[in-house]
Ligand binder design. Structure first.
Ligand code: PEP
Ligand code: MG
Length: 599
């Protein structure tokens, strides 16, 4: 039967259209960890698998010894069958070979083998035998549980994909770590994802943008409306998901994808040009990155530097914290790649929706850390607060960043400042880290600049005090909006109230820019607003001359800047800042965009 056309609304993330087949992520599928391993860890991984098999074997034996004499005979038969399955070489041996040949972890190898066996069972004519695939699955689940030992969960894609099938993941929610993990999957051609929860500036959404993955978050009812294998179109620019579109719609979407491709070719021609307004004012366009490898995208987009390296992504999704050397390598890699262009490394912004694995957290010891679970993590121990609570963690990172300053123009950016004393403490830690390096006779650039982020209203209102001790400032509008409007940026139920055009938000941004310009301290915006075409002129008019954004946005923003004049922009900004109604502000921005496009 032909499936009905449906559509869903949410918040679009990243730009463009994605077309693919739906894969619904059941909550239980989140319970399998999948990662690649080093060759030297193969024996260890096989050892893990072997002991997990023995644990399950013992468990089944034990269960059997507890069977009540009057229990139905099926119970014993069922346990025997499971022991048989467990001992079958197809399940016991094949995953070991997979670990050796594909260098993957035991859980992953097991699930690959499981899917193979299930497929074979599915092909059997006999209904009873076909049903046995459930038993195989149950046995595998037991082994996976034994392997997990209560460890955190990860995304597993167990669906068999047809060759050439692009996948659209439909989930209730995806954590940033899940998206990170999917990024590394060579066997999955992920076209995009739809989640029922989450807001457009949640860290999951930001990561999606950095992967260039069109997505719609906060699409209520997605898992009810969409069925496994449905044809799904994500239209991120229209905040829409279309399920089983008509042929005509599909033709239109494909045409739009082609048009976007052609526009991208045009944009590439702007790569080598300096961004300038029509009245000749040069603008710096820098890139936000999450991982060292992303520096490549920044270079491809012709970025004037890295305006924000979200270093916390080096710390997430792993059980051991990165050592000083590992961090040094990561920071130095970016600094080298950028060949003298500035690289702003933000110190660890862990907390809220970006959490360390439990084992990693435990390895930090007691510190002054908050007990888990925190009642309100976005307002809790996050970012600079976290670093000040765990001095060794902070010092290790600072030493690594300072050492990397030897190979490029590295700057340090401190997130989530609210108090002047946090700046004082952060600077004292930098001084201590430098002293430690001097004692070790390790080199660093003594002039490394330290800057601060304006993400909390208190910081926006204290710029004159903050810049007495800091060399540059960067406005994190994602959090500034969250904390000004008291909206959890990851909570879809209040996403409609997360309004970047709220006069209070615009007022704080404008005031911060003005105070920095007056104090002659360089200031940039590194929140998502910097990459929004709709905001380019307004921010220019407020005095912004340094934008930092996802690499994919650099060329479109550059193209827009060529058409804008600072004088018109200043007029627009003073008009908007006098306006109290976000709807009228929006209308003024749309009018201004049309006027500049018509020129
Ligand atoms: C911000 O808050 O705007 C920002 C750039 O930091 P993050 O999005 O990583 O919290
Ligand atoms: Mg932030």
């Amino acid at each position: 039967m032909e499936r009905r056309r449906e559509s869903l609304a949410g918040s679009g993330v990243a730009h463009g259209i994605a077309i693919g087949r739906a894969h619904l992520l059941a909550p239980s599928e989140l319970e399998v960890r999948q990662y690649t391993i080093e060759r030297r860890d193969v024996l260890h991984e096989i050892g893990r698998l072997t002991s997990a098999f023995s644990v399950v074997h013992e468990e089944l034996e034990e269960l059997k010894s507890h069977i009540a004499p009057n229990a139905p005979s099926e119970v014993r038969a069922f346990l025997d069958l499971h022991r048989l399955i467990l001992g079958d070489s197809l399940l016991a041996e094949a995953p070991r070979d997979l670990i050796r040949s594909r260098l993957i972890n035991a859980e992953w190898a097991l699930t690959i083998q499981l899917e193979l066996l299930v497929k074979q069972f599915d092909a059997i004519d006999d209904e009873y035998l076909r049903g046995r695939s459930t038993d195989v699955r149950q046995v595998v689940e037991r082994v996976v549980n034994a392997l997990a030992g209560g460890r955190p969960t990860r995304v597993a894609i167990t669906r068999k994909l047809a060759v050439g099938d692009r996948l659209i993941l439909i989930a209730q929610d995806l954590a940033p770590a899940d998206v990170l993990h999917l990024k590394d999957r060579a066997d999955v051609d992920l076209a995009g994802f739809v989640t029922e929860l989450g807001g457009p500036t949640s860290h999951t959404a930001i990561l999606a943008r950095s992967l260039g993955l069109p997505a719609v978050v906060g699409a209520e009812g997605a898992r009810r409306v969409i069925e496994e294998g449905d044809l799904v179109v994500i239209d991120a620019d229209s905040d829409a998901v279309i399920v089983n579109p008509s042929e005509d719609e599909l033709t239109d979407f494909r045409q739009r994808m082609r048009d976007e491709g052609e526009h991208r070719v045009q944009l590439r021609k702007l790569r080598g040009r300096i961004a300038r307004t029509s009245d000749g004012i040069a603008i710096e366009l820098q890139a936000n990155i999450e991982l060292p490898e992303d520096a490549r995208d920044a270079l491809v987009a012709g970025a004037d530097g890295i305006g924000l390296f979200r270093s916390e992504f080096l710390f997430m999704d792993r059980d051991e914290l990165p050592t000083e050397n590992e961090q040094y390598e990561a920071y130095a890699k970016v600094a080298r790649a950028m060949k003298g262009k500035p690289v702003v490394i933000r110190t660890l912004d862990i907390g809220a929706d970006k959490v360390l694995n439990e084992t990693a957290r435990e390895s930090l010891g007691m510190g002054r850390g908050a007990p888990r679970p925190e009642s309100n993590p976005a307002l809790g121990l996050r970012a600079i607060r976290y670093c000040l609570a765990y001095p060794e963690l902070f010092l290790t990172q600072l030493r690594a960043i300072l050492r990397a300053s030897e190979v490029g123009t590295v700057r340090i950016l401190v997130p989530m400042l609210a108090h002047v004393h946090e700046v004082e403490q952060a600077l004292a830690f930098v001084a201590q880290a430098k002293q430690q390096l001097r004692e070790r006779k390790q080199k660093f650039d003594g002039r490394v600049q330290i800057g601060g982020m304006v993400e909390v209203p208190a910081a926006a209102l204290s710029v004159p005090q903050l810049i007495k001790r800091l060399k540059f400032m960067s406005i994190g509008t994602n959090d500034l909006i969250q904390y000004t409007l008291a909206i959890d940026r990851a909570d879809s139920s209040v996403a409609h109230l997360y309004d970047h055009l709220h006069p209070a938000v615009l007022g704080l941004i404008s005031r911060t820019l003005k105070d920095c310009i007056k104090g002659k301290v360089p200031v940039s915006i590194c929140g998502e607003l910097a990459g929004e075409l709709e905001m380019t002129e307004l921010l220019l008019g407020m005095g912004l001359r340094q934008y930092s954004m996802h690499p994919a946005q650099i060329l479109p923003i550059k193209e827009r800047l060529f058409d804008l004049s600072t004088k018109d922009a200043a007029r627009l900004s003073s008009r908007v800042l006098r306006e109290a109604d976000p709807i009228r502000i929006k209308a003024a921005l749309v009018r201004a965009a049309k006027a500049s496009a018509a020129q």
